[in-house]
Design a binder for this molecule. Sequence first.
Ligand SMILES: *Cc1c(COP(=O)(O)O)cnc(C)c1O
Length: 235
Amino acid sequence: MTDAARRDELAASLAQVRERIARACVAAGRAPDEVALVAVTKTYPASDVVLLAGLGVTDVGESRDQEAAPKAAEARAAGATPRWHFIGQLQRNKVRSVAGYAGVIESVDSVRLVTALENAVAGRPEQLEVLIQVSIDGDSSRGGAAGDDLWRISDAVAATTALRLGGVMAVAPRDWEPDRAFEQLAVLAAQLAGKHPGATTISAGMSGDLEAAVRHGATHVRIGTSLLGMRNLLR
Ligand SMILES: *Cc1c(COP(=O)(O)O)cnc(C)c1O
């Protein structure tokens, strides 16, 4: 496909996604500008990031450092410097690399990770924003903090000077109704914001369940498939 054809394709799907978000906001009695779009570009090339940035997308999400680090460098070389959100399981040995390009790390789910991030960005003039990934069903095998870990991790972030606690991120568990999952997330997010007034971000909702997430207060939706197309799972 030519660049121009891909640009048209992305422009059309971006318009559809923005329309879905706007409708979901209206249905929920919220203003459309209360919900930010994070374009999840995993498995898609840097050229798509460049095209999306040209179409006005300001935030992109990636889940693997091996893929994201060179992609961010390539996009930057082509003049695209969106805010990169790291949304995948993060290993401590990747923290330094991820902190080199990410503006937000959405998948912080342990105190050990907080310490590693703090060390990686110590001395920077600006704080690095982190979200705590919550495991809604308490099964942390797919990532996410369960139970009281949320409070331990959030207190650890708040105690640093290098990191800023932005809020929470979650993925609805596969076998749950999205509404039930996001309703529960909203309760935790409200408790967190009660303890840490700056922690107002709720990153929830993907291509299949963004409407439910917006109903329950999502401030960020992370959209891949509906924007870029079906991912080839073999890649
Ligand atoms: C891949 C991914 C998304 C995007 O999912 P789609 O269903 O393609 O919109 C959102 N959040 C996380 C954590 C992901 O890994």
